[in-house]
Design a protein around this ligand. Structure first.
Ligand code: NAD
Length: 485
């Protein structure tokens, strides 16, 4: 019963705290719509308390030697590994992914936590003696200050772990505002941070929705905002944070194109496309959204894809037989259904539609394969974020690359081919931050930069890899001269 569901506490100033008397939203299991918990919509006062505590913790925490900070994060990483199974099951319950997908995303998060352990090496600066007679220069990386992380529902463990371990090991304080649609995973991660021995205030967890996130963005005590979410929210956060003089990196939406050339090995290409498009029910920023089939591969490719789409097994993420889980909310399913109607109205042909097992109670949506999509159609341009795959037919590799490059997004793109020259032309010309060759989901590991181009990002640098170390630190350059006494 909704009224009996617990309201999640925040973790602020070194203590778990309930926020009394504020509005809250239900957190249902997308596979059943049974309410699991309630998420408080934390007001400005709570945000202010968390930011003040983070500022208070900052001088002490940033002065802790980096090797000691790394040891603290190593304890976190060990706890994370112990908790990996529970975390994956929590993701399944609140997000709807299959268990295998959830486990994969936890492994990616673990990798990000491991990357943070290299901080004593990553934070090393540069020095040059005698730039002028007797003058030395030393440039070092120092913390930015208080960092707020605002994260989406679709990777509720991995995305917070791109941010928090690295921000903390670099000597910052960090406040997480997780998605109100996947807050249980954040609760579990916060417990692990609490146990790893950080000083009070250095890590905070503040629940809420857009208004709570906006309060963090506006707060003068926050120095940097790490954001991952939809394009409109990313643009708003970027604009407001930058206007307030804050450092901000806002990763946004996507419309990823997969090119298939006639020489592609279809036995391997078709499973890769299917898992990219329909894995996590299409709720992934690296999901295949448009397949550009270069003549004459289209008919055979569509025939094979259609056969598989019709037989995809839908079911709750915890069911070992399930190949695709539900969408996050009924409202989101309704939006995706509206996109499918719009595609049909624009003249796209439904080549295949999957089947929902009768009597499924959750937010399941039968996957759809559209054929004969034209690049200018809205279904080929806008992010749908659901199990809908569009096939565009194209006469040549050059034209197919142009189709992909006309997208206002540039998160990821892949090519499937047996020809090295074609692959090379593609990797040279494609305008996307993450590029695959015979790979359906070209997600770089955490020690490489994860970031899109064009409308898929607002800001500079990257969410992971060495560029993210630059985001969580700022340079301080000392020019010194010593006189004889
Ligand atoms: P969302 O934009 O609805 O929410 C993301 C976070 O921002 C949540 O914590 C939410 O509470 C907060 N928020 C929402 N509106 C806000 C506003 N106006 N101001 C400040 N904060 C606000 O996104 P979502 O539906 O949770 O996640 C899915 C989206 O995230 C998709 O568009 C997907 O492509 C994108 N995404 C991108 C990447 C990437 O790497 N580029 C990775 C994961 C998800």
């Amino acid at each position: 019963m909704a009224s009996e569901s617990p309201i999640l506490p925040n973790y602020v100033d070194g203590a778990w705290r309930q926020v009394d008397g504020v509005a809250s939203v239900e957190l249902p299991d997308p596979a059943t719509n049974a309410v699991l918990a309630r998420v408080p919509l934390s007001p400005d006062g709570v945000v202010d308390t968390a930011v003040r505590a983070a500022r208070t913790a900052l001088p002490g925490w940033s002065a802790v030697p980096v090797a000691e900070r790394a040891r603290c994060l190593a304890r976190f990483r060990a706890k994370l590994e112990e908790a990996a199974g529970d975390l994956a099951r929590t993701i399944v319950r609140e997000n709807g992914k299959t268990l295998a997908e959830a486990e994969g995303s936890v492994r990616r998060g673990l990798e990000a936590a491991e990357f943070a352990l290299s901080a004593p090496t990553l934070l090393q600066g540069s020095a040059l003696r005698n730039v002028a007679p007797g003058v030395d220069v030393e440039s070092m990386r120092v913390p930015v200050g208080v960092v707020a992380g605002i994260t989406p529902f679709n990777f509720p463990v991995m995305v917070p772990l791109w941010m928090a371990p690295l921000a903390l090991v670099c000597g910052n304080s960090f406040i997480l505002k997780p998605s109100e649609r996947a807050a249980l995973s954040a609760q579990a991660i916060a417990r692990l941070f609490v146990e790893c021995g950080l000083p009070a205030g250095a890590f905070g967890l503040v629940h809420g929705a857009a208004a709570t996130a906006s309060a963090l963005v506006a707060h003068p005590g926050v120095d940097a905002i790490a954001f991952v979410g939809s394009a409109p929210a990313a643009k708003e956060v970027y604009t407001r944070a930058a206007a307030g003089g804050k450092r901000v990196l806002a990763l946004a939406g996507a419309k990823n194109h997969l090119l298939v050339l006639p020489d592609a090995d279809l036995d391997r290409t078709v499973p890769a496309i299917l898992s990219s498009a329909f894995g996590s029910a299409g709720e992934r920023c690296l999901a295949a959204s448009v397949v550009v089939a270069v003549d004459p591969v289209g008919d055979e490719l569509v025939r094979r894809l259609a056969e598989k789409v019709r037989s995809l097994r839908l079911g709750a993420g915890g069911d070992a037989e399930s190949e695709m889980g539900p969408l996050i909310r009924g409202e989101h399913r309704a939006r995706v259904e509206e996109w499918i109607r719009r595609g049909e109205a624009e003249g796209a042909q439904i080549a295949a539609r999957g089947v929902i097992p009768p009597g499924s109670p959750g937010n399941f949506l039968a996957p759809v394969l559209f054929d004969r999509v034209r690049p200018e159609m809205a279904v080929a341009q806008e992010e749908i974020f659901g199990p809908v795959l569009c096939v565009v037919r194209s006469p040549s590799l050059g034209d197919a690359i142009d189709v992909a490059n006309r997208s206002r997004f540039g998160n990821a793109a892949s090519i499937f081919t047996a020809d090295g020259r074609s692959a090379r032309e593609f990797t040279e010309r494609i305008e996307a931050g993450m590029v695959g060759v015979n790979i359906g989901v070209p997600a770089p590991p955490a020690f490489f930069p994860f970031v899109g181009w064009k409308g898929s990002v607002y800001g500079d640098l990257a969410a992971t890899g060495r560029e993210s170390v630059l985001f969580y630190t700022r340079p301080k350059t000392v020019v010194s001269r010593w006189f004889a006494r």
